[in-house]
Design a protein around this ligand. Structure first.
Ligand SMILES: *Cc1c(COP(=O)(O)O)cnc(C)c1O
Length: 394
């Protein structure tokens, strides 16, 4: 089955009991066991038909064999790290999601796990970081917010050669754009709160494996730890996922149009977009992604105030998060990445003038007109400052 067809007919696409084409929300904590040990479902933490529908669907979409749904992306990540033990060492990408870094730094380290942070685009650095205690390589590609692209197949091969697991957070791409299991990765996970849910109305996490034994281990931990996705949210998530391809095509086309617009905007000094032919990662992105995603980051000319720009926008929503139908814009330095000390942030390349845009599915003419009005406002505010003899900041 092709990807678009799987979205509708993959997983469990109708209710076995009634033929309902929309999976019912099974609000049951327990199930009548007519004969002990013969039930498909026993207790909803261990298994629930509504959750199972979304779990089978994500397994199909990522070309895996086992899928698992959690109460959030963060719960999914924590459960995956629970495969490991005190003393285990991990290689982690240098610009992973802030919440993942927090989990590693503030929680997992207390349980005796150790981490080496590397730029996973540098394959020699990845290999050099491996120690006898290393158990896994954990990365995101493209990264947040600089959208750096790592060669997934190459990292998966390094992991295989050294008997390590490779784990990818695929949130920024969704399985429409990128399917890491096909490239040899062992575990794919998602914050389904972003593109998979798509409508800014559900918090959820998903994990997929191809290897059944590894899948069994994650299933065991899902039940043991219990951070499961509830039936209502499972239903809402699978409903959102049905339109993933329709939404992603619109997201990708708008992102390309906005990239072309920004590329000719003189107040923009730098653009980070894997689909930019001048981006150093362009060839790898082209090789492993189906389309280039719909996240674009850009820097204003040095000294320009990104707040004056984003606060002026009328259509594009100033908000954290991404992957929504609505276009969302934010300033990493003071919002998503505000907790990183400024010196560290600048060292990783996140300038004060950086803006991150999650391109939505509005009409691109309105999005570009909105950006245009924002740049005009920025131009006026800079002229006012330079014409004035009063410099309140000085
Ligand atoms: C949002 C996000 C997460 C965390 O997911 P929640 O559903 O918010 O817990 C993890 N990874 C990435 C890349 C994200 O964008």
């Amino acid at each position: 089955m092709e990807f678009d067809t799987k979205l509708l007919h993959g997983g469990i696409s109708e209710d076995a009991a009634t033929g309902a084409t929309s999976i019912p929300i099974y609000m049951a904590s327990t199930f009548h066991q007519k004969k002990i040990g013969e039930n498909q479902y026993e207790y909803s933490r261990s298994g629930n038909p509504t959750r199972e529908a979304v779990e089978k669907l994500i397994a199909d979409l990522e070309d895996g064999t086992r899928g698992f749904a959690f109460a959030s992306g963060s719960a999914a990540i924590d459960t995956v790290f629970s495969l490991f033990s005190a003393g285990d060492h991990f290689i982690v990408g240098n610009d992973v999601y802030g919440g993942t870094f927090r989990l590693i730094d503030a929680v997992l380290k207390r349980f005796g796990m150790t981490f080496t942070i590397v730029d996973t685009r540098d394959l020699d650095a990845v290999a050099a970081a491996i120690t006898p205690a290393t158990k896994a390589i954990y990365l995101e590609t493209p990264t947040n917010p600089l959208l750096k692209v790592t060669d997934i197949a190459a990292v998966a091969q390094i992991a295989k050669d050294h008997g390590l697991l490779s784990i990818i957070d695929n949130t920024f791409s969704s399985p429409f754009v990128q399917r890491p299991l096909e490239l040899g990765v062992d575990i794919v996970l998602h914050s389904a709160s972003k593109y998979l849910g798509g409508h800014s109305d559900v918090i959820a996490g998903l994990v997929v494996t191809k290897d059944e034994t590894l899948g069994d281990k994650i299933g065991y931990l899902q039940n043991a730890i219990g951070g499961i996705l509830a039936p209502q949210e499972s239903w809402l998530l699978q409903r959102g996922m049905k339109t993933l391809s329709l939404r992603m095509r619109a997201h990708l086309a708008n992102a390309e149009a906005i990239f072309n617009y920004l590329n000719h905007q003189p107040l923009v000094s730098k653009i980070y977009y894997p689909g930019d032919p001048d981006n150093p990662d362009y060839e790898i992105a082209k090789k492993q992604m189906h389309g280039f995603g719909a996240m674009i980051s850009f820097e204003l000319q040095p000294g320009l105030d990104p707040k004056a720009f984003v606060e002026h926008l009328q259509v594009i929503t100033l908000a954290e998060s991404l992957g929504a139908l609505e276009s969302l814009i934010e300033i990493p330095a003071v919002m998503t990445h505000g907790s990183i000390p400024r010196a560290t942030r600048l060292k990783t390349g996140i300038q004060d003038e950086l803006i991150r845009l999650s391109v939505g599915v509005e009409d691109k003419k309105d999005l570009i007109a909105d950006l245009e009005a924002g740049f005009a406002a920025l131009q006026r505010s800079t002229q006012n400052v330079s014409n004035s003899s009063v410099h309140p900041q000085a």
